[in-house]
Design a protein around this ligand. Sequence first.
Ligand code: MG
Length: 157
Amino acid sequence: MFKIGFGTDLHLLRPGTGLRLGGVDIPCEYGAVAHSDGDVLLHALIDALLGAAGLGDIGEHFPEHAITEDTDSVLLLEEAYRLVREAGVTLGNVDCVIDMEVVRLSKWKPAIRARVAALLAIPERMVNVKAKTAEGVGAVGEGRAMSAQVALLATMD
Ligand code: MG
């Protein structure tokens, strides 16, 4: 049985020393406003995985009160992925979009792709990472926020 998963996330930006996206540290003049490390891509990926498995959303599994600014989203992903695999889901491909106006992500895309593939234990050719800007419009375009969307295809026992 084929299963589609889809997830989105958004975090506000603040002045800072770096962002973490897809488990990769991106040195820059911004930080994420977040209860965790603010990894907007991994949060969207977690929701996509949970969606494919019919397991709800990230807030149900990792409530804000249980997460601190030091929380590594990689650990949340590993736990969510474990639950999803226990539910009988096998991943196909993962397609990621990051919306960011104020930090150019093009040079980071290969590292993010490699990291996401490694975290999911799937070949890099099954992962795609896109980075988009927002034409100066809205919270992303004005540099107040970043967002991510992830779609994936899986099979379920
Ligand atoms: Mg988030």
